[in-house]
Design a protein around this ligand. Sequence first.
Ligand code: SF4
Ligand code: SF4
Length: 290
Amino acid sequence: MRATLYYRGKLASCNYACPYCPFSKRVDDAATLALDQAQLERFIDWVEQQGLAGHQLSIFFNPYGEALTHRWYREGILKLSRMEHVERIAIQTNLSAKMEWTSHLEQGKLSIWATYHPGQIPEHAFLGRCQELLERDIAFSVGTVGVREAFEAIASMRKLLPREVYLWINAYKDRPAYYTAEERSWLSSIDPLFEYNLSDYESRGKYCKAGDEVFYVQGDGKVKRCYKDRQVIGDLYRDGLEGLAAPRLCRMEACDCYIGYIHLPGALPDGLYGSQKLERIAAERAFTLT
Ligand code: SF4
Ligand code: SF4
């Protein structure tokens, strides 16, 4: 079968200090890091074996904190990139780690979901990393959280990033009706898909690919459907994909996060992301559809 696996291990630490984040400057102890490494290596071994079963996999790393500063994630991605049945690998990162390691990648497999945190990295340094990705021919999107304090930095980043790099803005939803109509219009001029992210999608009782073709794997092997539904639907190492996959209806009232609603059929118009939906790279066509 063809499946997408989100993976999040034990790691819960970051080298950045974003004020709104629970992992800000958090440091994992040696035992936690060793466990995270062992869990990741087990996962990668399992992925390797899936080629024999004929599965085609896409893997998305969405760690709590920053993963690319740790050797085992870089090595793990290199290993995955050489597996024929792994179609795509993507990772959420703050782009703070140096990218030399990507020279050893199997080209075309890795995409980067790069989150820009103004205040944590100088603008020119972030742009330098983006330039490096362009030179290395690694597909990536850049994103930020659309809080008012970041508007100036967002405008500047959009101006300085090459046009072909899609910059997305995550709508700030913690406060209802946070944006004025003018702000929404301005944010949409930066990210033409902003309104899709601002929306919540009614989902209860609807079929969703999460739990059928898309799985959220935790470091210890427990599998959930998605970022929101906490129910554990099985164990990756015990049940395998065949044992986990089943058509399921959503149990949540609404789906409000990109990594969820992209798997809810009908939530988005066709053609916004094309084949790079996982890593949130908008298709050229998206800019004419909106
Ligand atoms: S870079 Fe991401 S994980 Fe790190 S502190 Fe900022 S928001 Fe949290
Ligand atoms: S619609 Fe959203 S909340 Fe519901 S199962 Fe799918 S991803 Fe999860």
